[in-house]
Design a protein around this ligand. Structure first.
Ligand code: ATP
Length: 234
């Protein structure tokens, strides 16, 4: 049985329709990547799954339960956590205080604590009393991931975690993925970098203009098929 599914998911901003019947499925211990050009609807999909945007009932199923119409805090308590685009740290709070924010309303059982987040990203332990603003972009991204992990997620939604970071830093951050999986989470990763998406994901979904245009395992997708799904054929 899949851990999380969307069924004909739609989303609108006022009169503007951003998603048109998106079906995705995420298995236990699986990583899927969502790729697509600017404006394809990737962030909207993450916001819809996490409850930041409210859905109709029946559109999102998690762990055998309809979470489509739940509020964001209820969805987080069920075990779906989001690392938002742009990190969204509290700049005046320290690293440790930012991490502790992730514990509010969290799932009771799970692997994650300040200690296990510091084991994952040792630099954060050294910087634990520094304010968010004093950190590099990569360190801020580690805090954003750590904060989401503190809720003990079974599904971690990562929205463009490599945006604006140097390749060596991106590599460091993605090195955390196996440990996150080993601790019991599946991941949905939104990535503009197709190579990175292919490297990390068990399966890839490509979106264009609010629809899924291609899906499959990375080694089953040709460059041409990805190009067409990304930019449109012809
Ligand atoms: P990016 O890579 O630029 O983040 P994306 O694939 O994540 O792109 P979304 O941010 O989900 O795409 O945007 C999908 C569409 O919805 C775009 O046409 C965008 O302009 C529109 N959109 C996003 N947020 C809003 C909003 N708050 N109000 C109105 N339209 C929005």
């Amino acid at each position: 049985m899949a851990l999380l599914d969307t069924y004909g998911l739609t989303a609108t901003y006022g009169d503007f329709q951003a998603l048109f019947g998106v079906d995705i499925t995420l298995g236990e211990a699986e990583t899927i990547a969502i790729i697509g050009a600017n404006g394809a609807g990737k962030t909207t999909l993450m916001r819809s799954i996490s409850g930041v945007l409210r859905n109709a009932p029946g559109m999102v199923q998690f762990n055998g339960r309809d979470i489509g119409a739940l509020a964001a805090d209820e969805i987080m308590a069920q075990g779906v956590a989001m690392v938002p685009e742009g990190r969204k740290l509290f700049p005046s709070l320290s690293v440790e205080e930012n991490l502790l924010i992730g514990t509010y309303g969290r799932r009771v059982s799970g692997h994650w604590s300040l200690g296990s987040v510091y084991d994952l990203f040792p630099i954060l332990k050294d910087r634990r009393h520094s304010p968010g603003t004093a950190l590099s972009g990569g360190q801020q991204q580690m805090v954003a991931i750590g904060r989401a992990l503190m809720s003990n997620p079974r599904v971690l939604l990562c929205d463009e975690i490599s945006l604006g970071l140097a390749p060596v830093v991106i590599k460091d951050i993605y090195k955390a993925v196996p440990a996150i999986k080993a601790a019991g989470a599946s991941l949905i990763v939104v990535e503009q970098d197709i190579g990175q998406a292919m490297a990390v994901a068990d399966r890839v979904y490509c979106m264009m203009e609010g629809r899924v245009t291609l899906t499959g395992a990375p080694d089953a997708l040709s460059r041409d098929a990805i190009h067409d799904a990304y930019f449109g054929a012809g």
